[in-house]
Design a protein around this ligand. Structure first.
Ligand code: GLU
Length: 475
């Protein structure tokens, strides 16, 4: 059997992390099994459509390199891949259901509907359409009356690759709309027709559809078609882990992460880990490793926490694994403006030094500006440092003067600078936490920097001595 999976978003706004994670699982499975991944746009609810969403969806998939084999802009044997362009197909299937007695035109007026709802509520019973089927339904005129499925309620048990064996009682099943009065099909109808017509083997989708599966199973039977395999990943939860992820939790538009210089492979790695692991403690996976090891069987049932700190850590880990030439390429548009005055070789050396601590590329200016420009003295760097602020200005000055003398004697190779730094520790009888912090503050105006000797070497003698002098004068 060829594995064919699909991502079937509705163009109703920006893509949520949860949806992209679902798309990723479908993509991984298709790539692993050398099958096909299909993008289908479910645009049958015109009232909820948001302009630009389709472009956004396609941009996101492209940016994350989740390539699809068939889609709205990629012709395939089962197109078109936008539901709004498939209305004739749904109409034909609907007519076959009318013919087999399994669908009826629904003449129920809103007033009558409200009355039936009231009656059911008074009796503390759930309202069910199937209790109010018209005795003599009118002929169905397309795009005038809704067409409703005539269910045959029964108990169902089915298997979900992730959620396991599930079951529901017959009373969960009701008549539902297949085609609305505007002529567009409902999701409930259209996806079943399309998954079948497009020969989808695995339907991977969010939790919100699980409750409807008994209805779908009833419809599959009425249509006399087999259903695909179902797989329902767990929800993506907010950072606190007890409610569904919302925009306020930092689950921004995935494109924002890319704009800030998160790597597509790190984002993929992170999203795959929302619910999945390979059974070991391994956390960092390349795209190829994910394709090789991913399996729906190892997706957990319980909610996966979206932890932005973990994403940062993972992105840092992916950045560290990049060959320097590749990092250079990606860093291009993130340099602070002052960096353009320096040549590529110098920029590469700066990158080489900060690659260890870089978490995302938009951090580049704040982590590297002092390599390109003398920053103004920031007194808070000393004031906010408990150890340094405990010393008098005289002592600080004196320490800096000794540092100046030692560096003045240095040839500014890393090995010699290391020797001088050690000599200074002995001369001054200070701890590295005091002495090295002070030298770091003076020469970088930053709280943290790469290895001190490495930074000093790259800055060079002239700048180091000048900056130490400026710091002395400020005290
Ligand atoms: N169009 C549905 C949605 O965006 C897709 C559900 C599915 O994957 O079948 O929620």
């Amino acid at each position: 059997m060829t594995v064919r999976t699909r991502f079937a978003p509705s163009p109703t706004g920006y893509l949520h992390v949860g949806s992209i994670r679902t798309a990723l699982f479908a993509w991984l499975l298709a790539r692993q099994k050398e099958g096909q991944f299909i993008l289908r746009i479910e645009d049958t609810d015109k009232s909820r459509e948001v302009q630009g969403s389709i472009e956004h969806i396609i941009t996101c998939l492209n940016a994350l390199q989740l390539d699809y084999d068939e889609g709205p802009d990629k012709a395939g044997p089962y197109g078109p891949y936008r539901q709004s362009e498939r209305l004739n197909i749904y109409r034909d299937w609907a007519l076959s259901l009318i013919k087999s007695g399994r669908a009826y035109a629904d003449p129920l007026s809103p007033e009558l509907l409200a009355k039936y709802h009231d009656q059911a509520a008074k009796k503390h019973q759930p309202f069910l359409y199937r209790n109010h089927r018209p005795d003599h339904p009118p002929d169905w005129v397309y795009a005038q009356l809704p067409l409703r499925f005539k269910s045959v309620p029964k108990d169902y048990a089915w298997h979900d690759i992730i959620m396991g064996d599930l079951a529901a009682k017959a009373d969960a099943i009701d008549d539902f709309v297949l085609i609305k009065s505007d002529g567009y099909p409902t999701y409930n109808f259209a996806h079943i027709v399309d998954d079948y017509e497009m020969q989808i083997s695995h339907v991977i989708r969010g939790q919100e559809f699980i409750a409807s599966i008994p209805n779908y199973l009833n419809l599959y039977e009425a249509l006399k078609i087999e259903h695909p395999a179902f797989a329902t990943p767990p929800p993506v939860l907010g950072p606190s882990g007890n409610k569904k992820l919302s925009k306020r939790d930092g689950a921004e538009d995935i494109l924002d992460y890319l704009r800030e210089g998160f790597l597509p492979d790190a984002l993929i790695n992170f999203m795959a880990s929302l619910g999945w692991n390979d059974g070991t403690t391994k956390e960092i996976f390349s795209r190829e490793e994910l394709i090789k090891t991913f399996s729906l069987d190892r997706v957990g049932k319980s909610g996966a926490r979206f932890d932005e700190k973990r994403l940062l850590w993972m992105n840092g880990a992916h950045i560290r694994q990049l060959p320097i030439a590749e990092l250079e390429l990606r860093a291009k548009k993130f340099w602070p403006p002052e960096a353009t005055k320096f040549d590529a070789d110098y920029q590469r050396r700066v990158l080489g030094l900060i690659q260890e601590r870089l978490k995302y590329l938009a951090e580049l200016p704040s982590l590297t500006r002092y390599f390109f420009v003398d920053l103004p003295i920031d007194p808070d760097l000393i004031n906010n440092n408990a150890k340094l602020s405990a010393l008098s200005h005289e002592t600080l000055k004196n320490l800096l003067e000794q540092a100046y003398e030692q560096f003045d004697l240095s040839d500014f190779t890393v090995s010699d600078l290391s020797l001088k730094l050690n000599a200074l520790l002995e001369l001054t009888n200070q701890s590295p936490a005091v002495l090295f912090s002070l030298i770091r503050v003076a020469t970088t105006q930053a709280v943290a920097s790469p290895q001190l000797a490495d930074s000093l070497e790259l800055l060079g003698k002239e700048r180091v001595l000048r900056r130490i002098n400026q710091q002395i004068e400020s005290l």
